[in-house]
Design a protein around this ligand. Structure first.
Ligand SMILES: NC(=O)c1ccc[n+]([C@@H]2O[C@H](COP(=O)([O-])OP(=O)(O)OC[C@H]3O[C@@H](n4cnc5c(N)ncnc54)[C@H](OP(=O)(O)O)[C@@H]3O)[C@@H](O)[C@H]2O)c1
Length: 319
């Protein structure tokens, strides 16, 4: 489909009521789940900072054991020491740079061969880059960390999770998927043909993740495995630290001032992982814990299937 055809296709689908709902939801607090999660296993990526850190602590405070997928060994050791000394749980970690295909595939295989069930899998690791960076595999970094890594891990884990007959996958998405307002450029997922922008690349990566969810939800239908995405609120974290001093100065002195505590994100991620109220809910986008309709490009099944094929190619999983 040509670019301007796509523009009109999605333009007709945008609803003011969805935008107002998003604005309303941005002001809401998350629902709280008080249930325990003793002796369950939660796998979470990017637990060394921000939302992931608070979420790991939240699950541990309710008795869950943790397996964190992080890129930094010292931070991971410190995290697990802290959690095990405060809570009566096990905290373990695997080191993987989720921008590197070799690491992603290795960690995905290791997770698939665990002989304990994974009760909740949270894809949280993320970055925000103002300048385009390519990974060692020659892929655009934001796309890989946010989207391709979660795709590959989910793909490898499909049989294991189905065999458990119960598991929840949660992808930490963002309202930022709306920055990719006119959809995904499947012919330029690597951002080689157009001007790169931090907001647009971030939006595209989150949009890609949402599109993949719409296919995974079919793969997991009637298996007891659910997959959902969520916006964790606009919260104060370490995001964007890889960028230059000007960006960091603005973040510290302007953006951060209006942001909430990542504890609300952790509260929401606990609810989405544990609450019985959403036991069989799958394929949905939540703003914290409120179900919301994502932007029209995120519901485009045709693009979702085309992206699926590209994902398999990028990941080297094409038969
Ligand atoms: N903050 C917000 O307002 C907001 C809003 C919407 C969505 N989100 C989403 O929330 C998620 C968490 O972000 P955050 O705000 O908590 O940011 P953060 O404080 O920067 O945390 C990001 C986490 O991801 C890890 N990470 C980054 N690149 C990685 C890689 N290549 N391999 C493995 N781990 C990697 C980081 O590890 P290190 O500790 O080693 O750096 C850190 O643990 C992201 O997906 C983000 O897009 C955040």
């Amino acid at each position: 489909m040509k670019k301007n055809e796509k523009f009109f296709k999605y333009f007709k689908e945008y609803q003011w009521s969805d935008i107002f709902a998003m604005i309303r939801n941005n002001r809401s607090d998350p629902r709280i789940c008080y249930d325990d999660f003793k002796n369950k296993l939660v796998v979470i990526s990017g637990a060394t900072s921000g939302i992931g850190y608070h979420t790991a602590r939240k699950y541990a405070s309710h008795g869950a054991n943790l397996l964190c997928i992080n890129r930094n060994i010292e931070k991971s050791e410190a995290l697990c020491r802290e959690i095990e000394s405060e809570f009566d749980v096990k905290c373990d970690f695997k080191i993987a740079d989720l921008s590197v295909l070799k690491d992603i595939n290795r960690v995905a295989e290791e997770l698939a061969s665990l002989n304990t069930p994974i009760d909740v899998l949270i894809h949280n690791a993320g970055i925000y880059l103002t300048k385009r960076e390519l990974t060692v595999d020659g892929l655009e970094k934001v796309f890989v960390v946010h989207h391709l890594s979660s795709f590959i891990i989910n793909h490898h884990l499909q049989e294991k999770l189905k065999s458990q007959e119960k598991a929840r996958i949660i992808m930490v998405s963002s309202e930022g998927h709306r920055f990719a307002a006119w959809g995904l450029r499947l012919d330029d997922l690597n951002w080689g043909k157009r001007r790169y922008s931090g907001l647009k690349s971030y939006g595209s990566a989150k949009l890609a993740q949402l599109l993949s969810m719409t296919v995974f939800v079919e793969h997991f239908k009637n298996t007891g495995v659910t997959i959902n995405s969520m916006h964790p609120g606009a919260v104060k974290t370490e995001t964007g630290q890889e960028n230059g001093p000007v960006y960091r100065w603005f973040k510290r002195n302007f953006f951060d001032k209006s942001l909430k505590s990542p504890e609300i994100s952790a509260e929401a991620l606990y609810y989405l992982g544990v609450s019985k109220e959403i036991d069989s809910v799958s394929g949905k986008f939540f703003n914290l814990t409120t179900e919301e309709i994502p932007a029209p490009p995120a519901l485009d099944k045709k693009v979702a299937y085309e992206l699926w094929e590209k994902n398999l190619e990028f990941a080297g999983l094409k038969k």
